[in-house]
Unconditional design. Structure first.
Ligand SMILES: *Cc1c(COP(=O)(O)O)cnc(C)c1O
Length: 346
Protein backbone atom coordinates (compact mmCIF):
# COMPACT_ATOMS: atom_id res chain seq x y z
CA UNK A 1 0.00 0.00 0.00
CA UNK A 2 2.82 2.40 0.91
CA UNK A 3 4.71 1.19 -2.15
CA UNK A 4 1.99 2.39 -4.48
CA UNK A 5 2.20 5.89 -3.03
CA UNK A 6 5.95 6.23 -3.53
CA UNK A 7 7.62 7.89 -6.48
CA UNK A 8 8.56 5.16 -8.96
CA UNK A 9 12.27 6.15 -8.86
CA UNK A 10 12.29 5.98 -5.08
CA UNK A 11 10.47 2.64 -5.12
CA UNK A 12 13.16 1.26 -7.45
CA UNK A 13 16.11 2.96 -5.75
CA UNK A 14 19.02 0.72 -4.89
CA UNK A 15 20.29 2.17 -1.62
CA UNK A 16 23.82 3.49 -1.33
CA UNK A 17 25.59 1.14 0.97
CA UNK A 18 27.91 3.00 3.31
CA UNK A 19 30.74 1.29 5.14
CA UNK A 20 28.96 1.63 8.45
CA UNK A 21 25.63 0.31 7.21
CA UNK A 22 27.12 -2.86 5.68
CA UNK A 23 28.90 -3.91 8.81
CA UNK A 24 27.00 -5.51 11.65
CA UNK A 25 28.25 -7.68 14.42
CA UNK A 26 31.14 -7.08 16.75
CA UNK A 27 34.57 -5.99 15.57
CA UNK A 28 37.44 -4.12 17.12
CA UNK A 29 39.50 -3.07 14.09
CA UNK A 30 37.75 -0.72 11.69
CA UNK A 31 39.51 -0.42 8.34
CA UNK A 32 36.36 -0.03 6.28
CA UNK A 33 35.54 3.68 6.04
CA UNK A 34 38.80 5.54 5.30
CA UNK A 35 38.52 7.44 8.57
CA UNK A 36 41.43 8.67 10.64
CA UNK A 37 42.80 6.12 13.10
CA UNK A 38 43.61 8.88 15.58
CA UNK A 39 40.93 8.96 18.27
CA UNK A 40 39.89 5.37 18.87
CA UNK A 41 36.79 3.47 17.73
CA UNK A 42 34.08 5.67 19.17
CA UNK A 43 35.39 9.21 18.76
CA UNK A 44 34.75 12.13 16.46
CA UNK A 45 37.25 10.62 13.99
CA UNK A 46 34.60 8.01 13.20
CA UNK A 47 31.50 8.38 11.03
CA UNK A 48 28.22 8.44 12.94
CA UNK A 49 25.87 5.44 12.98
CA UNK A 50 23.56 5.83 9.93
CA UNK A 51 20.76 4.13 11.91
CA UNK A 52 21.19 6.22 15.08
CA UNK A 53 20.62 3.03 17.08
CA UNK A 54 21.82 4.30 20.47
CA UNK A 55 19.75 7.45 20.26
CA UNK A 56 16.63 5.61 19.09
CA UNK A 57 16.92 3.10 21.95
CA UNK A 58 17.02 5.99 24.40
CA UNK A 59 14.12 7.66 22.59
CA UNK A 60 12.11 4.48 23.13
CA UNK A 61 13.00 4.40 26.82
CA UNK A 62 12.37 8.08 27.57
CA UNK A 63 9.84 9.22 24.97
CA UNK A 64 8.05 5.89 24.49
CA UNK A 65 8.51 5.97 20.71
CA UNK A 66 8.77 2.34 19.51
CA UNK A 67 12.29 1.64 18.21
CA UNK A 68 11.19 0.03 14.95
CA UNK A 69 8.94 3.02 14.21
CA UNK A 70 11.54 5.78 14.59
CA UNK A 71 14.18 7.49 12.47
CA UNK A 72 16.19 10.64 13.04
CA UNK A 73 16.75 13.51 10.65
CA UNK A 74 18.87 16.65 10.49
CA UNK A 75 15.97 18.54 12.08
CA UNK A 76 12.32 17.89 11.24
CA UNK A 77 12.98 20.15 8.30
CA UNK A 78 15.10 17.47 6.60
CA UNK A 79 12.36 14.91 7.23
CA UNK A 80 9.68 17.19 5.74
CA UNK A 81 11.86 17.70 2.65
CA UNK A 82 12.56 13.96 2.38
CA UNK A 83 8.90 12.96 2.70
CA UNK A 84 7.96 15.34 -0.10
CA UNK A 85 10.75 13.98 -2.29
CA UNK A 86 9.85 10.36 -1.48
CA UNK A 87 6.17 10.62 -2.30
CA UNK A 88 5.54 13.58 -4.62
CA UNK A 89 6.22 13.61 -8.36
CA UNK A 90 7.50 17.08 -9.37
CA UNK A 91 5.24 19.12 -11.65
CA UNK A 92 2.47 16.62 -11.04
CA UNK A 93 1.62 15.97 -7.37
CA UNK A 94 0.66 18.37 -4.62
CA UNK A 95 0.53 18.65 -0.87
CA UNK A 96 -2.39 20.01 1.14
CA UNK A 97 -1.89 22.25 4.16
CA UNK A 98 -4.02 24.25 6.54
CA UNK A 99 -3.48 28.02 6.44
CA UNK A 100 -1.98 29.57 8.44
CA UNK A 101 0.59 27.01 9.54
CA UNK A 102 4.35 26.34 9.70
CA UNK A 103 5.98 27.83 6.62
CA UNK A 104 8.43 25.12 5.59
CA UNK A 105 5.87 22.63 4.22
CA UNK A 106 5.08 24.90 1.30
CA UNK A 107 8.70 26.04 0.83
CA UNK A 108 9.96 22.46 0.55
CA UNK A 109 7.09 21.56 -1.77
CA UNK A 110 7.95 24.49 -4.02
CA UNK A 111 11.66 23.71 -4.08
CA UNK A 112 10.66 20.28 -5.42
CA UNK A 113 8.17 21.72 -7.95
CA UNK A 114 5.31 20.18 -5.99
CA UNK A 115 1.99 22.05 -5.82
CA UNK A 116 0.51 23.46 -2.61
CA UNK A 117 -3.20 23.42 -1.86
CA UNK A 118 -4.15 25.81 0.96
CA UNK A 119 -7.23 25.21 3.07
CA UNK A 120 -7.97 28.17 5.37
CA UNK A 121 -8.68 27.51 9.03
CA UNK A 122 -12.08 28.59 10.34
CA UNK A 123 -12.28 32.20 11.63
CA UNK A 124 -11.74 30.82 15.16
CA UNK A 125 -8.52 29.16 13.86
CA UNK A 126 -9.68 25.57 14.17
CA UNK A 127 -9.30 22.95 11.44
CA UNK A 128 -12.05 23.16 8.78
CA UNK A 129 -12.70 19.44 8.52
CA UNK A 130 -15.38 19.68 5.80
CA UNK A 131 -13.28 21.98 3.63
CA UNK A 132 -10.24 19.73 4.05
CA UNK A 133 -12.20 16.63 3.08
CA UNK A 134 -13.71 18.39 0.07
CA UNK A 135 -10.24 19.49 -1.07
CA UNK A 136 -8.83 15.99 -0.51
CA UNK A 137 -11.60 14.49 -2.65
CA UNK A 138 -11.23 16.94 -5.49
CA UNK A 139 -7.46 17.51 -5.54
CA UNK A 140 -6.15 14.13 -4.34
CA UNK A 141 -3.00 15.48 -2.66
CA UNK A 142 -0.10 13.06 -2.13
CA UNK A 143 0.58 14.42 1.37
CA UNK A 144 -1.63 16.28 3.85
CA UNK A 145 0.27 18.17 6.56
CA UNK A 146 -1.51 18.87 9.85
CA UNK A 147 0.37 20.72 12.58
CA UNK A 148 -0.99 20.15 16.10
CA UNK A 149 -0.39 22.14 18.27
CA UNK A 150 -0.35 24.44 15.27
CA UNK A 151 2.35 27.04 14.71
CA UNK A 152 1.68 30.03 14.83
CA UNK A 153 -1.72 29.69 16.54
CA UNK A 154 -0.87 27.31 19.40
CA UNK A 155 -4.06 25.35 18.93
CA UNK A 156 -4.41 21.58 19.35
CA UNK A 157 -6.92 19.90 17.03
CA UNK A 158 -9.10 17.04 18.26
CA UNK A 159 -7.46 13.72 17.40
CA UNK A 160 -10.77 12.42 15.98
CA UNK A 161 -10.78 15.24 13.43
CA UNK A 162 -7.19 14.50 12.41
CA UNK A 163 -7.92 10.78 12.13
CA UNK A 164 -11.04 11.22 10.03
CA UNK A 165 -9.12 13.47 7.63
CA UNK A 166 -6.33 10.88 7.52
CA UNK A 167 -8.89 8.16 6.80
CA UNK A 168 -10.36 10.13 3.92
CA UNK A 169 -6.90 10.94 2.55
CA UNK A 170 -5.62 8.05 0.43
CA UNK A 171 -2.13 9.59 0.46
CA UNK A 172 0.15 10.23 3.42
CA UNK A 173 -1.00 12.33 6.39
CA UNK A 174 1.86 13.96 8.28
CA UNK A 175 0.96 15.10 11.80
CA UNK A 176 3.60 17.55 13.02
CA UNK A 177 3.68 17.35 16.82
CA UNK A 178 6.74 19.56 17.39
CA UNK A 179 5.04 21.27 20.36
CA UNK A 180 3.28 18.21 21.81
CA UNK A 181 5.30 18.33 25.05
CA UNK A 182 3.80 21.69 25.98
CA UNK A 183 0.19 20.59 25.44
CA UNK A 184 -1.95 19.53 28.39
CA UNK A 185 -4.19 16.45 27.97
CA UNK A 186 -2.62 15.75 24.60
CA UNK A 187 -3.19 12.52 22.70
CA UNK A 188 -0.60 11.82 20.03
CA UNK A 189 -1.44 10.45 16.60
CA UNK A 190 1.40 7.92 17.07
CA UNK A 191 -1.06 5.41 18.55
CA UNK A 192 -3.12 5.51 15.34
CA UNK A 193 -0.29 4.46 13.00
CA UNK A 194 -1.02 0.75 13.54
CA UNK A 195 -4.57 1.21 12.27
CA UNK A 196 -3.64 3.64 9.52
CA UNK A 197 -0.04 3.18 8.32
CA UNK A 198 -0.42 6.21 6.03
CA UNK A 199 -0.12 8.40 9.13
CA UNK A 200 3.34 9.79 9.84
CA UNK A 201 4.16 11.76 13.00
CA UNK A 202 6.95 14.32 13.43
CA UNK A 203 8.60 15.14 16.73
CA UNK A 204 11.72 17.18 17.42
CA UNK A 205 14.49 17.82 19.92
CA UNK A 206 14.34 21.53 19.02
CA UNK A 207 11.62 22.75 21.37
CA UNK A 208 10.92 21.08 24.73
CA UNK A 209 14.18 19.11 24.65
CA UNK A 210 16.16 22.30 24.19
CA UNK A 211 18.43 21.17 21.33
CA UNK A 212 17.47 23.40 18.38
CA UNK A 213 21.15 24.01 17.64
CA UNK A 214 21.89 20.29 17.28
CA UNK A 215 19.30 19.77 14.48
CA UNK A 216 17.51 16.59 15.52
CA UNK A 217 14.08 15.76 14.14
CA UNK A 218 12.16 12.53 14.66
CA UNK A 219 10.14 10.59 12.11
CA UNK A 220 7.61 8.19 13.65
CA UNK A 221 5.98 5.89 11.13
CA UNK A 222 5.11 2.44 9.95
CA UNK A 223 8.32 0.36 9.48
CA UNK A 224 7.69 0.25 5.70
CA UNK A 225 8.09 4.02 5.49
CA UNK A 226 11.14 3.80 7.76
CA UNK A 227 12.81 1.48 5.26
CA UNK A 228 12.23 3.88 2.41
CA UNK A 229 13.45 6.85 4.46
CA UNK A 230 16.60 4.91 5.35
CA UNK A 231 17.46 4.24 1.74
CA UNK A 232 16.55 7.71 0.44
CA UNK A 233 18.26 9.84 3.10
CA UNK A 234 21.92 10.91 3.01
CA UNK A 235 23.81 8.09 4.75
CA UNK A 236 25.29 10.21 7.54
CA UNK A 237 22.54 12.83 7.84
CA UNK A 238 22.81 13.16 11.63
CA UNK A 239 26.22 14.00 13.05
CA UNK A 240 27.92 12.38 16.01
CA UNK A 241 27.82 15.78 17.76
CA UNK A 242 24.05 15.92 17.32
CA UNK A 243 23.63 12.35 18.51
CA UNK A 244 25.61 13.16 21.67
CA UNK A 245 23.47 16.23 22.30
CA UNK A 246 20.30 14.14 21.88
CA UNK A 247 21.58 11.48 24.29
CA UNK A 248 22.45 14.19 26.80
CA UNK A 249 18.93 15.65 26.61
CA UNK A 250 17.36 12.22 27.13
CA UNK A 251 19.60 11.44 30.10
CA UNK A 252 18.48 14.75 31.59
CA UNK A 253 14.80 13.98 31.06
CA UNK A 254 13.96 15.16 34.59
CA UNK A 255 15.36 18.60 33.81
CA UNK A 256 13.36 18.65 30.56
CA UNK A 257 10.20 17.78 32.46
CA UNK A 258 10.87 20.54 34.96
CA UNK A 259 11.49 23.09 32.20
CA UNK A 260 8.25 22.11 30.44
CA UNK A 261 6.25 22.65 33.64
CA UNK A 262 7.92 26.00 34.17
CA UNK A 263 7.22 27.02 30.56
CA UNK A 264 3.54 26.06 30.82
CA UNK A 265 3.14 28.00 34.07
CA UNK A 266 4.82 31.04 32.50
CA UNK A 267 2.64 30.72 29.41
CA UNK A 268 -0.50 30.91 31.56
CA UNK A 269 0.82 33.81 33.56
CA UNK A 270 1.93 35.68 30.42
CA UNK A 271 -1.43 35.08 28.74
CA UNK A 272 -3.21 36.54 31.76
CA UNK A 273 -0.90 39.55 31.74
CA UNK A 274 -1.35 40.15 28.01
CA UNK A 275 -5.13 39.98 28.20
CA UNK A 276 -5.10 42.93 30.62
CA UNK A 277 -3.31 45.27 28.20
CA UNK A 278 -5.69 47.84 26.65
CA UNK A 279 -4.21 47.56 23.13
CA UNK A 280 -4.34 43.75 23.06
CA UNK A 281 -7.65 42.80 21.49
CA UNK A 282 -7.27 39.01 21.55
CA UNK A 283 -5.07 36.42 23.25
CA UNK A 284 -5.38 33.11 21.40
CA UNK A 285 -5.39 30.11 23.76
CA UNK A 286 -2.09 28.26 23.28
CA UNK A 287 -0.90 24.74 24.03
CA UNK A 288 2.64 25.48 22.80
CA UNK A 289 5.64 27.45 24.08
CA UNK A 290 4.44 30.66 22.45
CA UNK A 291 1.38 32.90 22.50
CA UNK A 292 -0.31 34.58 19.56
CA UNK A 293 -1.99 37.90 20.28
CA UNK A 294 -3.99 40.36 18.23
CA UNK A 295 -3.26 44.04 18.78
CA UNK A 296 -4.43 47.35 17.38
CA UNK A 297 -1.26 47.94 15.37
CA UNK A 298 1.09 44.97 15.08
CA UNK A 299 3.68 46.72 12.90
CA UNK A 300 4.02 49.59 15.39
CA UNK A 301 4.27 47.25 18.37
CA UNK A 302 6.82 45.09 16.59
CA UNK A 303 9.10 48.08 15.82
CA UNK A 304 8.70 49.46 19.32
CA UNK A 305 9.74 46.16 20.91
CA UNK A 306 12.68 45.91 18.52
CA UNK A 307 13.85 49.38 19.63
CA UNK A 308 13.78 48.01 23.17
CA UNK A 309 15.95 45.09 22.04
CA UNK A 310 13.13 42.53 22.10
CA UNK A 311 12.43 40.43 19.01
CA UNK A 312 9.01 38.87 18.46
CA UNK A 313 7.34 37.61 15.27
CA UNK A 314 4.88 39.77 13.39
CA UNK A 315 2.48 37.22 11.83
CA UNK A 316 0.20 39.82 10.27
CA UNK A 317 0.93 38.70 6.71
CA UNK A 318 -0.50 35.23 7.34
CA UNK A 319 -4.08 34.66 6.19
CA UNK A 320 -6.63 35.33 9.00
CA UNK A 321 -3.90 36.79 11.19
CA UNK A 322 -4.12 40.52 10.55
CA UNK A 323 -2.42 42.50 13.34
CA UNK A 324 -1.06 39.52 15.20
CA UNK A 325 2.22 39.02 17.03
CA UNK A 326 3.68 35.69 18.14
CA UNK A 327 5.63 35.74 21.37
CA UNK A 328 7.84 32.81 22.45
CA UNK A 329 7.85 32.04 26.18
CA UNK A 330 11.37 32.90 27.30
CA UNK A 331 13.16 32.88 30.64
CA UNK A 332 11.69 34.66 33.64
CA UNK A 333 14.01 37.61 33.08
CA UNK A 334 13.14 37.73 29.34
CA UNK A 335 9.45 37.88 30.20
CA UNK A 336 10.00 40.57 32.82
CA UNK A 337 11.78 42.72 30.25
CA UNK A 338 8.93 42.12 27.81
CA UNK A 339 6.30 43.02 30.39
CA UNK A 340 8.14 46.17 31.38
CA UNK A 341 8.36 47.26 27.75
CA UNK A 342 4.70 46.42 27.08
CA UNK A 343 3.55 48.40 30.14
CA UNK A 344 5.49 51.45 28.97
CA UNK A 345 4.03 51.47 25.46
CA UNK A 346 1.80 54.49 24.83
C1 LIG B 1 10.02 24.43 15.28
C2 LIG B 1 9.18 23.52 14.48
C3 LIG B 1 9.67 22.29 14.03
C4 LIG B 1 11.07 21.85 14.35
O1 LIG B 1 11.87 21.85 13.26
P1 LIG B 1 13.36 21.30 13.43
O2 LIG B 1 13.83 21.26 12.02
O3 LIG B 1 13.23 19.94 14.06
O4 LIG B 1 14.08 22.26 14.30
C5 LIG B 1 8.86 21.44 13.33
N1 LIG B 1 7.58 21.79 13.08
C6 LIG B 1 7.06 22.95 13.50
C7 LIG B 1 5.65 23.25 13.24
C8 LIG B 1 7.85 23.85 14.21
O5 LIG B 1 7.33 25.02 14.60
Amino acid sequence: MINELLNPWIRDLVPYSSARSEYSGSASVFLDANESWDGGNDGMNRYPDPFMRRLRKEMERVMGIPYEMSAVGNGSDEIIDMLIRMFCVPSCDSILIEQPTYGTYSVFARTSAVGVIDVPLTPSLSLDEDAMIRAIRSEKPKIVFICSPNNPTGRVYPLETILSIAEENKGITVVDEAYADFAEDFTSAIGAIHENPRIVVLRTFSKAYGKAGARLGILVSDPEIQKVFMKAKPPYNVSRCAENEGLEALLGADAVEKRIKETIARRKETAAFLSELPYVTEVFPSQANFILIRVQDAAALYSYLLERGIVVRNRSNDPLLENTIRITIGSESDMNKLKEALCEWR
